[in-house]
Write a protein that binds this ligand. Structure first.
Ligand code: 5GP
Length: 211
């Protein structure tokens, strides 16, 4: 049974670094590369950070039911293609999704056993500093992102885990342990089923005449 890990964080919370570190430590995880209508930024490559598509293509994909969840974030659309979750199920591998609060809610409704993790910066001031350090963004965009961050943080209660990213190393380790613990628990359920089958072989023996 494959597991779904949902990771959400306001932009500037250090989520990409944490997710990359998680994938480096647990290389068998499948990372779901979202579809988006926004333009690539900096070094982003089509098919690596996102699949970049036009609005027409995105609308076609919605109509065809290709997304397991999708949402409008800022002025663009973002969506998770069903094939990542299907691939996880088919290959028995766990899947990591980096999606916003709206997407997390939709996914939890469809897959309640998904494990959700919310990551946030230690303060508004720190988040603003990190957003400004990225360079190329205007004051208006920063204000918009801070307002969205506040809205997202208010929803932290819908998540199974919350991580405050004040120390990258510590947050990275906590994220890794959250994922490993959930995987261990899932593996333990399989072991329990196996133990029951082993026990059945004893009971069969004991019920045989003459024993
Ligand atoms: P950015 O444009 O900064 O890469 O991402 C903006 C926001 O969109 C982030 O909060 C990110 O988690 C969210 N996002 C990325 N992919 C998806 C997706 O497939 N679905 C949803 N609902 N949100 C997404």
């Amino acid at each position: 049974m494959s597991q779904i890990f949902i990771i959400s964080a306001p932009s500037g919370s250090g989520k990409s670094t944490l997710v990359n570190s998680l994938l480096a430590h647990e290389p068998d995880l499948i990372f779901s590369v979202s579809y988006t209508t926004r333009a690539p930024r900096g070094q982003e490559q089509d098919g690596r950070e996102y699949h970049f598509v036009t609005r027409e293509e995105f609308r076609r994909m919605i109509a065809a039911g290709e997304f397991i969840e999708w949402a409008q974030v800022f002025d663009d659309y973002y969506g998770t293609h069903r094939r990542y979750v299907d691939q996880g199920r088919a290959e028995g591998r766990d899947v990591v999704l980096d999606i916003d609060v709206q997407g997390a809610r939709q996914l939890k409704e469809k897959i309640p056993q998904a494990v959700s993790i919310f990551i946030l910066a230690p303060s508004r001031e720190e988040l603003e500093k990190r957003l400004r350090a990225r360079g190329d963004v205007s004051d208006a965009v920063i204000r918009k992102r801070l307002a969205k961050a506040a809205g997202e943080i208010r929803n932290f209660g819908q998540y199974d885990y919350v991580l405050v990213n004040d120390d990258l190393q510590a947050a990275s380790e906590r994220l890794l342990w959250i994922v490993r613990t959930a995987r261990l628990r899932a593996a333990d359920e399989q072991v329990q089923a196996r133990v029951r089958r082993i026990l059945e072989t004893f009971e069969l023996e004991e019920s045989e005449p003459g024993t």
